[in-house]
Design a protein around this ligand. Structure first.
Ligand code: ATP
Length: 297
């Protein structure tokens, strides 16, 4: 398990991390989200020892994270860091060797990853000759090639097309299924929602919401209903304990937020009195909604 405990970091008079804590369990994908400048990259750099924290601790498998544990970690830094003029396969074998893999395993791991990431035919090309999306695939291969026990990835999906996202996601899932914990940051919230077991929302260097995606959605007791009624707009205005959360969709449906004590059957009765009910169903809050609420609070 990876544990981030009460991390603090200042750059001059700017507080980047203000007592940040979270944990990622074996086989868990943790999505790290937050607005620009919230402190995600700073956290990841501290986990990898690229930066030192002012206070707090990073623990791996119950002990302080040390150089040996960091060598067993796969890291995709924000600033990337491939050698543009080196050939793709040579570079990956080199990186695997640097992390201590014997030559035969370094080569086997490289070839398996190039295959898995759909770039087996690009092994002899220089990195700079690849498209940005394919360079991104090589970046992920560089983080995975030494068969790491932990993955820390800074925006691994940025700039990828949907096929590239699926290929990277499948490669990550294969590692996670062997028990490797993954932390990745992203601004693509739909993707985080789809790929992550749990999510942490960071704001001004503090964790403002963390937990399983479903658990976060059900917090707060507010239920939402999508209701479409053949009735003039405004039929739901003034219902006690009910807030109209969105304007009418093109099909006339509105999303209603119900206070915890409101009986949804009373809302259905009110809808029926207004007109013919075409749709009446609960809707889950999306991660985008949760994010907006958490960063606005
Ligand atoms: N080397 C530095 N010197 C001074 N301030 C810095 C430095 N690195 C980061 N900061 C500041 O620390 C805060 C946290 O930055 P960080 O890069 O960790 O955020 P982030 O969540 O990764 O943002 P983004 O989503 O834009 O990548 C920001 O206010 C940033 O301006």
């Amino acid at each position: 398990m990876l544990e981030i405990l009460e991390l603090r970091k200042r750059y001059g008079d700017k507080t980047a991390l203000d007592g940040l804590s979270f944990a990622v369990r074996p086989g868990e994908v943790f999505g790290f989200v937050g607005q620009n400048g919230a402190g995600k990259t700073t956290t990841m750099r501290i986990v990898l020892g690229v930066l030192a924290a002012d206070a707090g601790e990073v623990r791996w498998q119950g002990r302080p994270m040390d150089a040996a544990a960091r060598r067993r970690t796969g890291y995709m830094p924000e600033e990337r860091g491939l050698y543009p003029k080196m050939r793709v396969r040579d570079q990956l074998v080199y990186l695997a060797r640097l992390h201590g893999l014997p030559a035969d395993r370094a080569e086997a791991s490289t070839d398996a990853l190039l295959e898995q990431l759909g770039i087996a035919d690009r092994g002899a090309d220089k990195v700079e000759a690849l498209s940005l999306g394919n360079q991104q695939r090589v970046q992920l291969a560089a983080a995975l090639v030494h068969e790491p026990d932990l993955l820390v990835l800074d925006e691994p999906f940025s700039g990828l097309d949907p096929v590239g996202v699926d290929v990277l996601a499948a490669a990550l899932r294969a590692r996670v299924d062997t028990g490797v914990p993954v932390v990745f940051s992203s601004h693509q919230l739909e993707l985080v929602e789809r790929l992550c077991d749990s999510v942490g929302i960071i704001k001004d260097g503090r964790m403002v919401a963390a937990g399983g995606v479903d658990e976060l959605r059900s917090r707060g007791g507010v239920r939402r209903l999508r209701v479409a009624v053949d009735a003039p707009a405004g039929w739901a205005d003034g219902l006690p304990g009910v807030r109209v959360a969105t304007g009418a969709a093109p099909d006339g449906a509105v999303v209603l937020e119900l206070a915890p004590d409101v009986d949804d059957q009373a809302v259905l009765d009110a809808a029926r009195r207004a007109g013919r009910v075409r749709e009446f169903r609960p809707v889950a809050r999306s991660l985008v909604d949760l994010f907006r609420e958490a960063v606005a609070a």
